[in-house]
Design a protein around this ligand. Structure first.
Ligand code: 13P
Ligand code: SF4
Length: 383
């Protein structure tokens, strides 16, 4: 048996690994984080750019960055917003690499998408490489089931995985439309290959589609044939890729038991990237946009333990001081790559654009973009 350990780990922001969401190092000088004029500089550059600039901010971004976003959202809303702004020549994406790639695919040919720090990747997206997914498809072909399989990739995947899925008649999904994506896929085929987040795939199939845990198998790209026997593949309805989010994967059943013991009557609200044992114990499950809506609408005096990224939970706790809002786990956990985008990187991006210089542009090659767009358009068209 051979175990593929992949390429050596690079420190974030150092060295080049174009095949990975870790990206490449950023050129040029950053303003020092200690510069007290950073906020003022960002406002000035943004004002100078005016209508030529559109800034998108994912909910997991730092407060210091999110204050400059023209629109905030979950990955679905941000994809829709990127597609709906053809007039802005510059789109600055405060989020991670796969989101900026999707924005580049969904925007027009004259629009430039900028990611303020190229090292803002996503460890989950890195868990499925193009070669691994091609190899998996060959395994499905050898098992004689590829024609029955509709591939779905979570938005949190690289553009070439989205293109693979587009080429094979599948769709992209996000945490806010995974159920609709599965319903659509099962109207076209009898099996789904779900990439790269096993938890979102399993949670949606079992809790929203009524499938059993026995209907799901996990394909491990580091084992020969995914670690699965042909009979297991043939019997499965959901073939889940062995990927996960390192932030949401930290929450456990013990985190839920512990918070329920500490805060009687607490409502447990989690993102579907959490493990099945966690979402099964939760009171409410949904995307970041759903989590925000639930807490906005919750009555004063209610108590909530939230299982998602810490920047968002802290912001919601500050916004709703009449409610008790706590992080689901006892240890704090930010998404380290989302946190790469900070004020110095944003200021550098905005000031460079104001000078007419595009730094850290994200571009997807035409052929990849063509097929990835097919899978993204399919998602945007889901009923
Ligand atoms: P959503 O934005 O779809 O809620 O996903 C959360 C996430 O992990 C983004 O990286
Ligand atoms: Fe990736 Fe998880 Fe961070 Fe989202 S929160 S960018 S899925 S590592």
């Amino acid at each position: 048996m051979t175990i593929d350990i992949g390429s050596p780990l690079l420190l974030l922001g150092r060295g080049a690994d174009p095949a990975s969401e870790r990206g490449v190092s950023c050129p040029g000088d950053l303003p020092p984080a200690s510069d007290p004029a950073l906020v003022e500089r960002a406002h000035a550059a943004k004002a100078a750019l005016g209508e030529r600039l559109f800034v998108l901010g994912h909910h997991y971004q730092r407060d210091e960055v999110i204050q400059f976003a023209d629109v905030t959202g979950d990955s679905f809303k941000l994809a829709q917003e990127a597609a709906a702004r053809p007039q802005a020549p510059y789109v600055v994406f405060c989020g991670v690499h796969f989101m900026a790639e999707s924005a580049d695919i969904l925007t027009g040919p004259d629009q430039r998408v900028v990611l303020p720090d190229l090292a803002a990747g996503c460890s989950m997206a890195d868990m499925a490489t193009y070669d691994q997914v091609e190899e998996c498809w060959e395994v499905l072909e050898d098992a004689g089931i590829a024609d029955d399989v509709v591939p779905i990739t979570y938005m949190n995947s690289s553009a070439d995985i989205k293109a693979f899925v587009g080429r094979h008649g599948g769709t992209v999904c996000t945490s806010s439309n995974a159920r609709r994506a599965l319903e659509w896929a099962f109207s076209k085929g009898s099996k789904v290959l779900f990439l790269p987040d096993q938890h979102l795939g399993r949670n949606t199939a079992v809790l929203e589609m009524g499938l059993g845990l026995d209907d799901c198998v996990v394909y491990n790209p580091h084992r020969p044939d995914g670690g699965l026997a042909t009979d297991e593949l043939r019997a499965a309805t959901m073939i889940l890729w062995r990927g996960h989010c390192s932030v949401h994967g930290r929450f456990s059943k013990e985190s839920v038991d512990d918070v329920r013991a500490r805060i009687p009557g607490v409502n447990v609200l989690v993102h579907p990237e959490c493990r099945h044992e966690v979402v099964r114990e939760a009171d409410h499950i949904g995307s970041t946009e759903y989590i925000i809506r639930m807490l906005d609408e919750a009555p004063a005096g209610s108590a909530w333990a939230v299982g998602t990224e810490l920047n968002l939970v802290k912001r919601l706790a500050d916004r709703h001081s009449d409610k008790t809002i706590v992080f689901l786990d006892k240890t704090v956990c930010f998404c380290s790559t989302m946190n790469r985008i900070d004020l110095p990187h944003l200021v550098r991006s905005l000031e460079s654009l104001a000078r007419g210089e595009v730094v850290n542009q994200i571009t997807v090659d035409e052929e990849t973009a063509h097929y990835a767009r097919a899978a993204l358009d399919q998602m945007l068209a889901l009923p």
